[in-house]
Every structure is written in structure tokens, then in C-alpha cells.
Design a protein around this ligand. Structure first.
Ligand SMILES: Nc1ncnc2c1ncn2[C@@H]1O[C@H](COP(=O)(O)OP(=O)(O)OP(=O)(O)O)[C@@H](O)[C@H]1O
Length: 593
């Protein structure tokens, strides 16, 4: 208590100068002032003063911790002022005080005490108000002079009579600052501003400590708020509030994690619920990569399960960590709820399989197409969609059969149509397409007329082209109205030509046809039974011969035309050539006959 009571004593000096004229104008000595102080200050007042000091001590301590450094820089000035104060008369010290406070002129004789003078010089040398500086130096100043200060303070405290108003003004630091701000010089005001800045800086520096001891800071704030409403406290409050906001702004993640507990719990619970879902999805993705069609089904099921898990109700139920068991209980209905979804998925998958089955049935249908027994299952397929999986297998043959029936049914009429068209095509062209004026038919082969080459006594020779694009000479001998003897003679030419086949320089017989088969049969047998008979009207002899570019008759005719125009005679050598050829061919014919 004594030490605590000693604390404010250094600060009592400056205000004392201010208040002495008003209260202790009659007191001139320190002894009288001390006696008057002891007599005038009741114990209750001292208690209040001590209590106020106690209340303000934490704030002062906090400030002194931060304001120690600038105070230390001021020590040389203080020493200088001390030296000055030691050398200067008390009047000089009063002059300094006069410069500070005009009202302190009356207190000049009172400060004759060297101790008090030193203290005044301390207070004056220090730009800060006495109370503030002394409180700051009190806790942290290592100098011996300041260590000795409490003793002097005790002496002064005991000796000097400090008025109640002065003490109160000393206790209220904010008021003191205001008074000094209004009274002191600009230097003191600047230092006061520096003090406030130091307080802010100290608050900024302390913010890190506040992050670690946030509650302590709040308690300090509450203590400050509980204490006297001083300007310094207000400033500190404002600064700390700003710092608090800044701290909240800078530490949002930590504050969210720490302050917003419920939301974090919900988020963690959501993550806890979502984690298995993710695992399931990843597991499903694995299944996709690893397995085939089943993996395609499971992701759908998981997706549905996840969608159901993400429902708000489930989230609320699963959000609380204590509800894990309940969540597990909820999982069962959820799984049961998912089962129908999975069943629905299976049904959908079945539907998806149906085209596969149909696709598979298509090739299988080809295999079953030849099996007529499967056609009986065709009606069973039509009921397929309503059937179970067990009925699926019989459905496949049904679909096979259907596809078979579809293919087989049209195939039959197609074949019939093909057969009919083929039959029609074969018969009709022979009947319809054969034009006797344009085509010749020899033993079923058609030869198209290209032009008439010549004619003889009973025959016509035509230039024709066969189906294989060969040019032939087709000789047609009409037997209408002729008797079989004559017809028989005409048939001996065929017999002769057949004998000359393969002979050089002989027109080859390619093919022949005698429409009267009996005549032909007699010719072939060299028998003539019915010589007086008449050949039927439509009897003809067709002979397909090699086409001769030239014959001896046309050549002689052309030669005669040339001889008439030129009055030339026929060349004897040219005549010998052709007579020689005729002789050879005649000899050949005679050799063959
Ligand atoms: N293979 C042939 N190639 C070319 N022209 C032919 C051929 N055969 C006959 N000819 C021509 O046809 C014409 C008539 O020939 P064809 O043999 O019928 O006459 P022919 O023998 O004189 O008559 P026919 O035998 O009836 O008395 C002849 O003038 C002949 O030039």
C-alpha cells in the first residue's frame, strides 16, 4: 500500500503548482504543506486516490511498457535540466513554471526545497505531464534517481498538503492531459500527441500479444470502461476497437474456425457426410475403369444416393457429430430409399439392355432364322417389356424370331416374284421378243438380220450377226409347196457341206436346221420314202455359213464393168488364177462326195 501510494506522488507536483494558489496560498513551507496535507486529506480520500490509482495502473503500465523507449531518449534532457535545476536558483525554476502556468507564480517560494525543485525540473524537463511521466518511470525506469524517487515522493507526499481538487485532477489522467494541453506549450502538446501516437503504436504492437491474450485485452478494455471516462481511455478504446476490427479482418479464417463454431461443425459434418460420398464416387470411378457395364450402373446408384444424402434433412441429421449413430440409422432408410432408386436404375438399365438384347438378337436371329421352331416363340416376345429378368431369355428368341419372321416373310414372296419374273422373262422374250422379220432362229439361237446378200433360185442369203457378235451368212431355203425329192436335194447340200468341214478355202457350215423333221430324218438316213409328198408350208432349211467377203460371180461382174469403161480385155493370168481355184474346190467337192 505504501508503495502504491508512493506511485502518484511524482505526479502530484505539477498539479500542485497549479492548485497551490487556490488552496494552499497561505502555506509557504514544505513542512506546513505536509502537515496541512495530512490534516486536510482524510483517510477516505486517500483510499479513493489509491483505488483510482489501482484502477488506472494497468493502463499506465501498458502505456509505460510502450512509452519507455521515448522516455529513455529524454533522459539526457532530464539530466541537463537536472543540472540546470541544480545550478539555477529556485527563482529560475519558478520562471520555468511561470512559462508553463501563470498561476504557479505563487508557488515559487514553496518550491525552494531542492528535492521538490528537482522534481519540478523533472516534470518540466519531461515534456509529459508529471503524473504520466512519473507513473511511466515508476515501473520501468532503471535509473537510481528514479528509484530514489519513491522515497522523495513519500517525503513530499507526507510533507506537502495537496488539495483534494489537485489530487483528483492528478488522478484523472485524461483531465491532466487536457489541462496540460490547454496550458502547456506547443512542445508539450506535441509530446502529448506523441504519447497518444505511442499509445496507438503500442496498441498496434500489442495487437500481436492481444491475439494470444485476447481475453486479457478485453478485460483491460472492460477495466478501462469501468474506470473513469478519460480521453485517454476513450482513445485507447477507439484504437483498440479499430485494432479489434483489423484483427478480425486479418484473422477471419481463424475467427471463423474459432468463433463460428456451429457453422464449422456443420461444414465438417457436411464434409464428413460428403467424404464417403466422394469415396464412393471415386470407388465407382474405379469400378468404371476396372469393370464394365456394372460400373456404369453403380455410379448412377451412387449419384442418386448422393443426391439423397445432400438433402437438407439428411444434412441436418448428419451435421451433428453426435448423430453419427443416428446417421447410420438414417443410412439404412436412405439405403432403402436408394434401393428403389437402384431398382429403378436396374429397370432403366434393363431398358438400356433391351436394345442391346435386340442388337444381340439381330445377329442371333440370323442363326435362328433357319430354326423354324423358334418362330413359335414370337408372340412371347411381344409381352417382353412386362416380363421379369427370367423372362428375358425367352424374349431374346422371340425377338430373334420376330426379326427372322420379318426377314423370312418378305424373302418368300421375293423368291416367288423372282421365280415368276424369271419364268415370265424366259418365256415372254422367246415369244414376244422374237421378230421373224428381224431375227432368225436356228436351233434355238437367234441371229439378227443385217442385210440381204443375194438370192438364188430357191434361197435367200442374209448377212446376220450372232449373239456372240459374229458375222455370218444365213441361207434360208423355203420348202413351201415343194415335194420331198426337191427338198431332199436341197438337204444334200447340207450333207456336202458337213463333209467339207475343216477344208481349206471352203465356206464352212456353222449350223443348220430343217423345220420339217421327217425330211431331215430321211436326209440323214439317205432314205427317201415319201418322195411325192409335199413339204409343209412352213418348212424351211436354215444354213449358217461363213460369211464370204467376195464370191466369184460378184468379182466377175465388177471386172466386166471395168473392162467396158476402159475397152480393155480380161487379163489372162487373172482368169487362170480363178479357174485354178475353181478346179481345186471342185476337185475337193468331188473328193468329199
Ligand atoms: N457364203 C456366202 N457368202 C457370201 N455370199 C454368199 C454366200 N453364199 C451365197 N452367197 C451369195 O448369195 C447369192 C445366192 O447364192 P446362192 O448360193 O443361193 O446362189 P445360187 O447358188 O446361185 O442359187 P441356187 O443355188 O438357189 O441356185 C450368190 O450370189 C452369192 O453371192
Amino acid at each position: 500500500m505504501d508503495r502504491e501510494a508512493n506511485l502518484p506522488l511524482p505526479s502530484l507536483r505539477p498539479p500542485k503548482n497549479l492548485v497551490f494558489p487556490a488552496t494552499n496560498a497561505a502555506d509557504t513551507t514544505s513542512s506546513s504543506s505536509s502537515s496541512s496535507f495530512s490534516s486536510s486529506s482524510p483517510p477516505d480520500f486517500l483510499r479513493q486516490v489509491q483505488a483510482a490509482l489501482k484502477r488506472h495502473r494497468p493502463l499506465g503500465i501498458m502505456q509505460t511498457n510502450n512509452s519507455i523507449k521515448p522516455r529513455r531518449t529524454l533522459i539526457p534532457q532530464r539530466e541537463a535540466s537536472r543540472s540546470v535545476a541544480s545550478n539555477v536558483d529556485p527563482t529560475t525554476g519558478t520562471k520555468k513554471s511561470q512559462g508553463v502556468v501563470p498561476l504557479s507564480k505563487d508557488s515559487i517560494p514553496q518550491t525552494k526545497n531542492p528535492v521538490t525543485v528537482i522534481r519540478e525540473t523533472h516534470a518540466d524537463a519531461s515534456p509529459f505531464p508529471g503524473t504520466i511521466t512519473k507513473t511511466f518511470d515508476e515501473s520501468s525506469n532503471p535509473f537510481d534517481t528514479q528509484r530514489e524517487q519513491p522515497e522523495s515522493v513519500i517525503a513530499t507526499k507526507e510533507d506537502n498538503q495537496t488539495p483534494r481538487t489537485c489530487v483528483e485532477s492528478q488522478l484523472v489522467e485524461g483531465k491532466r492531459k487536457v489541462q496540460f494541453a490547454t496550458v502547456n506549450k506547443a512542445t508539450s502538446q506535441e509530446m502529448e500527441w506523441d504519447v497518444s501516437n505511442q499509445v496507438e503504436v503500442s496498441n498496434v504492437d500489442n495487437d500481436e500479444m492481444k491475439q494470444h491474450n485476447f481475453q486479457n485485452m478485453e478485460s483491460d478494455v472492460t477495466l478501462r470502461s469501468d474506470g473513469a471516462v478519460t480521453s485517454l481511455a476513450k482513445r485507447a478504446m477507439v484504437v483498440q476497437d479499430q485494432l479489434h476490427q483489423l484483427r478480425n479482418f486479418l484473422n477471419q479464417p481463424a475467427t471463423q474456425s474459432s468463433v463460428v463454431g456451429p457453422s464449422c461443425a456443420t461444414t465438417t459434418s457436411v464434409n464428413s457426410t460428403s467424404a464417403p460420398m466422394l469415396n464412393s464416387t471415386t470407388y465407382c470411378s474405379r469400378l468404371r475403369t476396372e469393370s464394365g457395364s456394372q460400373s456404369a450402373v453403380e455410379p448412377l446408384r451412387d449419384s442418386n444416393a448422393n443426391s439423397q444424402q445432400l438433402t437438407p434433412g439428411n444434412l441436418e441429421q448428419l451435421s451433428h457429430p453426435l448423430l453419427k449413430d443416428t446417421s447410420a440409422m438414417l443410412i439404412d432408410p436412405r439405403t432403402t430409399a436408394t434401393q428403389p432408386s437402384t431398382s429403378a436404375i436396374h429397370s432403366q438399365f434393363k431398358e438400356l439392355d433391351l436394345p442391346k438384347e435386340q442388337k444381340g438378337s439381330v445377329p442371333e436371329a440370323h442363326d435362328i432364322a433357319n430354326n423354324p421352331s423358334l418362330v413359335v416363340d414370337k408372340p412371347t416376345k411381344e409381352r417382353g417389356p412386362a416380363d421379369d429378368g427370367t423372362d428375358v431369355q425367352p424374349q431374346r428368341p422371340m425377338s430373334r424370331n420376330s426379326s427372322l419372321n420379318v426377314k423370312l416373310e418378305p424373302s418368300k414372296p421375293e423368291n416367288k416374284e423372282k421365280v415368276a419374273s424369271s419364268s415370265k422373262g424366259t418365256s415372254a422374250p422367246r415369244k414376244r421378243s422374237y421378230d421373224p422379220d428381224l431375227f432368225f432362229k436356228v436351233n434355238g439361237k437367234l441371229y439378227q438380220r443385217l442385210g440381204k446378200i443375194g438370192s438364188g433360185g430357191s434361197s435367200e442369203v442374209h448377212k446376220v450377226i450372232s449373239s456372240d457378235c459374229t458375222i455370218y451368212a444365213l441361207k434360208k431355203i423355203k420348202l413351201k409347196g415343194r415335194d420331198y425329192g426337191t427338198a431332199y436335194g436341197f438337204c444334200q447340200e447340207i450333207l456336202y457341206l458337213n463333209k467339207l468341214k475343216g477344208k481349206n478355202n471352203i465356206i464352212q457350215l456353222i449350223d443348220y436346221e430343217v423345220t420339217d423333221k421327217a425330211l431331215l430324218h430321211e436326209v440323214m438316213n439317205s432314205s427317201m420314202s415319201n418322195k411325192d409328198g409335199r413339204v409343209k408350208d412352213d418348212g424351211c432349211i436354215y444354213m449358217v455359213l461363213e460369211y464370204g467377203e467376195i464370191d466369184l460371180a460378184h468379182m466377175l461382174a465388177q471386172k466386166w464393168k471395168e473392162m467396158d469403161s476402159s475397152n480393155q480385155t480380161i487379163d489372162d493370168n487373172w482368169l487362170r488364177f480363178y479357174w485354178q481355184v475353181l478346179g481345186l474346190h471342185l476337185a475337193l467337192h468331188h473328193s468329199c462326195s
